[in-house]
Design a protein around this ligand. Structure first.
Ligand code: NAI
Length: 253
């Protein structure tokens, strides 16, 4: 079974909704014990029940990725309750779409603080544990096709995601000696809470027409990339960015 994750211990940030929730379910279904971390603890309890429903193991953990102390405590709690983390899905993220001229310092702090600083803090904490314990592991960062394409009203978000792609490659280079692989998934438009407002505004139809596969993605469209990167099936992959976007980024303008 190339995607079997029995005996692995995964940590998923932003697991209370959207992609993170789906990532946690898929990792648990593949046999991993999963630390499900986010700010909204009530939603995490519901997810835990769902995972226990198929005899999986999950523990909810309160986490604010922008807060270094919270990150340290969350990782320590996960390792105490589940064991050493071998898979990290660095998924927590926010978008605050706004015209560039209207962006404020608080928007920059929130977007870069969550998507880039938060991902760096969490990856550094987990990677330090992996390196110290010497067992290696797989870190999966969640980027976006906006990391190297421009869309309107998301300059700061795109800059943060471009930072994630660079961080992925730089970490891959430095952490390989510890047998820690670092890769990223770069999704296109996926229907989640983050894209809900945009979809309801009717804009989604215009986007759909520009996607060669002629549909927006669903969270389960990322299952394959996730399982590939989390498992031994990708044992010779590090520093890769896997695009999952229905072909949107290869569609000529
Ligand atoms: P979502 O809004 O449903 O989920 C984001 C999650 O991050 C939530 O669980 C939220 O509570 C958590 N979060 C936000 N700030 C946090 C903080 N400070 N500490 C801990 N958790 C925090 O959105 P979605 O779509 O599931 O996004 C997940 C990731 O995928 C994000 O990094 C996003 O940028 C990325 N992405 C999403 C795309 C989409 O089309 N939905 C496309 C490309 C990337």
């Amino acid at each position: 079974m190339p995607y079997d994750l029995s005996g692995q211990c995964a940590f998923v940030s932003g697991a209370s909704s959207g992609l993170g929730r789906r990532f946690a379910l898929v990792l648990a279904q593949a046999g991993a014990k999963v630390a499900i971390a986010a700010r909204r603890a009530d939603r995490l309890r519901e997810l835990r029940r769902e995972i226990e429903g198929f005899d999986g193991r999950a523990i909810p953990i309160a986490l604010d990725v922008q807060d270094a102390a919270s990150v340290r405590e969350a990782v320590a709690q996960a390792e105490t309750e589940l064991g050493a983390i071998t898979i990290l899905v660095n998924n927590a993220g926010i978008a605050i779409p706004k015209p560039f001229l209207e962006t404020e310092e608080a928007d920059w702090d929130a977007i870069v603080g969550t998507n880039l600083k938060g991902a760096w803090l969490l990856a550094k904490e987990v990677a330090n544990h992996m390196a110290r314990l010497g067992h290696g592991g797989s870190i999966i960062n969640v980027a976006s096709i906006i990391s190297d394409r421009v869309i309107g009203h998301n300059a700061v978000y795109g800059a943060a995601k471009a930072g994630i792609v660079h961080l992925t490659r730089a970490m891959a280079n430095e952490l390989a000696r510890h047998q820690i692989r670092v890769n990223a998934i770069s999704p296109g438009y996926i229907t989640t809470e983050m894209t809900q407002g945009f979809i309801e505004s009717g804009e989604a139809e215009n986007i759909r027409k520009r996607i060669p596969l002629r549909r927006l993605g669903a969270p389960e469209d990322l299952d394959g990339a996730l399982l590939l990167l989390a498992s031994e099936a990708s044992s010779f992959m590090t520093g890769s960015v896997i695009t999952v976007d229905g072909g949107q980024s290869v569609n000529p303008l």
